[in-house]
Design a binder for this molecule. Structure first.
Ligand code: NA7
Length: 534
């Protein structure tokens, strides 16, 4: 095809979501010659691709937006947890204010990047035929850019419509009045189910693991949002466990009386959002007994909402299916009520797995074919590492990233990896990524990268590479933190366990954003300790 050659760049940003746009805006402002490539045809990253029915952010605003005053002053949200359409409108507004699109090439999926050791540059190719050379390569590709569809026999023979939640058509999918099936009950599945449930002719949910979903407590906001506490919220969010403006309690679960404990749980529940997960007693994700206590509270809250005893036990079992919060709890509004509708079936795949998909629908082991017009695959992503490994990346001595990470992921600070100089992936593996409120980390990790580029420029340095011993130590540190928690005991995408063949290992930094920030700041303050610069 047509080859677009751009002049040599200082920096190429890959991906135009929250993280990539932060890079583009700030690097441009700092005088770097910077462009971005984006595989979608508009801004938003995951909010460009997430458009399945009910897609909505699980962080509340104003936490879930940029902290730039020139942006938040003029923007008003209609809901505390906005839906995907409103997030898209926000990105349109960001464009109006910051004029970013002129430096972005859309429909350009980066496919290959090769390090040129003589020129200290990256050669980068994209699906639209573009080829650029850039000193720095910044991969802001998101942690959920590579969809995962499990192998299911006969899937391609299905005659109805079938869509993955991460690849939903822009328009034209009708579910109202149809027979709909949903495979998967993660964050996406829960949102689809509670949205389409009340409008379909019949819904069949194929559940392998129940989602231990907590109450969103959605609210409509005033036409003009009250912004008096915004500066304080933006200040606080970089200094908590998960990038929110709330934090874990300084108390342990059994340090308080049973009455106090219950009252604390109840207040977290009523306040809503992730508080019951990431803003609770500080031993909940580390101590089995503390975790079970939280689960018991959750279980009773949910069971009270479900009429049918069989569904009750499947959705909120007496015995926890896994430690609470070691899989991502969804935020729900009316999820459990959907199962009280007479036209909704819940299939337990643990007892009755899918045999195959036929032209008519989903056939389960009990011999029943669940006939469907629309099949929704809410089966998730090759999370965190998948989006990076989706690009063919070749570092020094022709080493491929895929080969380097075949049996495990090595990063330094969750942002770089040895033998891949001048390459950064803020929001990547072994960073707080999956527990961190997105925009908080896009800015905090993003600023670290931007400062590093400024430092190198000021010192007239051409190249920065990670020392092997630094990434070994970081992996060890991230693993030790994780091993002290309840996460390793659960097969989740946090552990790489949702995709067959993927190494089972820590993919996230569980030490909290505060500790993480301290560590990365120390590295910068000590002349980028752990790196070698030339
Ligand atoms: P998730 O959270 O990975 O959920 C995927 C769901 O699909 C989960 O319920 C899985 O069950 C289920 N699944 C996966 N493979 C199968 C097969 N083969 N058969 C049946 N069910 C299956 O993805 P989401 O898109 O919901 O959310 C991704 C993240 O994006 C989310 O956490 C947010 O942070 C944003 P399992 O639990 O493995 O038994």
């Amino acid at each position: 095809g047509e080859v677009h050659e751009l002049e040599d760049l200082d920096a190429l940003v890959v991906g135009a979501g929250f993280s990539g746009l932060w890079q583009l805006y700030n690097l441009r402002k700092a005088g770097f010659k910077v462009k971005a490539f984006e595989s979608g045809h508009n801004l938003g990253g995951i909010w460009y691709f997430n458009r399945y029915p009910g897609a909505r952010v699980d962080s509340d605003v104003p936490l879930y937006e940029y902290s730039l005053e020139e942006l938040w002053r003029g923007w008003n949200w209609t809901e505390k947890f906005p839906g995907w359409q409103e997030l898209r409108a926000y990105f349109d507004y960001v464009e109006k204010k910051l004029d970013l699109k002129k430096d972005i090439r859309f429909n350009a999926k980066v496919t290959k990047a090769v390090w040129d050791n003589d020129k200290n540059q990256w050669d980068v190719w994209a699906s639209d035929g573009s080829h650029v050379r850039t000193r720095f390569l910044i991969l802001t590709v998101g942690f959920a850019a590579k969809r995962y569809t499990p192998y299911i026999k006969g899937l391609d023979t299905f005659l109805g419509e079938c869509h993955h939640t991460g690849d939903w058509p822009e328009e034209g999918v009708v579910y109202e009045g149809k027979r709909v099936g949903v495979i998967g009950t993660g964050a996406s599945g829960v949102q689809v189910i509670q949205t389409v449930g009340p409008k379909v002719k019949h819904l069949t949910v194929f559940q392998r693991t129940p989602n231990l979903a907590v109450a969103m407590q959605q609210e409509k906001l005033d036409k003009v949002n009250d912004k008096s506490d915004y500066p304080e919220i933006f200040r606080m969010r970089t200094n908590t466990f998960a990038g929110y403006h709330f934090d874990n309690s300084d108390k342990k679960t059994f340090e308080v009386s049973p009455e106090e404990r219950l009252a604390h749980y109840e207040s977290l529940w009523q306040a809503g959002g992730f508080r019951f997960w990431l803003g609770t007693f500080n031993d909940m994700l580390w101590d089995q007994a503390a975790n079970e206590e939280a689960y018991k509270f959750w279980r009773e809250k949910v069971r009270a909402r479900i009429n049918d005893p069989v569904k009750k036990e499947l959705l909120a079992p007496m015995k926890a299916p896994h430690a609470f919060g070691t899989k991502r709890p969804s935020l729900e509004q009316t999820y459990y009520e959907v199962y009280n509708q007479p036209n909704v079936d819940l299939i337990n795949l643990r007892e009755n797995p899918i045999d195959e998909i036929t032209p008519l629908g989903v056939k389960t082991a009990d011999g029943v074919t669940h006939e469907l017009d629309l099949l929704v695959l809410a089966t998730g992503f090759d999370s965190v590492t998948g989006s990076l490994l989706n690009i063919d990346i070749e570092g020094v001595h022709g080493a491929k990233l895929e080969a380097k990470w075949k049996h495990g992921t090595w990063t330094y600070l969750g942002m770089t990896t040895a033998d891949f100089p001048n390459m950064f992936f803020p929001y990547g593996p072994q960073a707080p990524t999956a527990f961190c409120n997105g925009p908080t980390c896009a800015e905090l990790q993003g600023d670290w990268v931007i400062d590093c580029l400024k430092y190198l420029r000021a010192k007239n340095l051409q190249k920065i590479d990670t020392l092997h011993e630094a990434e070994d130590a970081w992996r060890k540190h991230a693993t030790e933190l994780n091993d002290a928690s309840l996460f390793p005991g659960t097969s989740s995408w946090y552990m790489g366990a949702n995709v067959p063949g993927k190494p089972r290992e820590v993919l996230n930094y569980i030490g909290g954003l505060r500790q993480y920030n301290q560590r990365i700041s120390e590295v910068a303050e000590n002349d980028y300790r752990g790196f070698v610069t030339v």
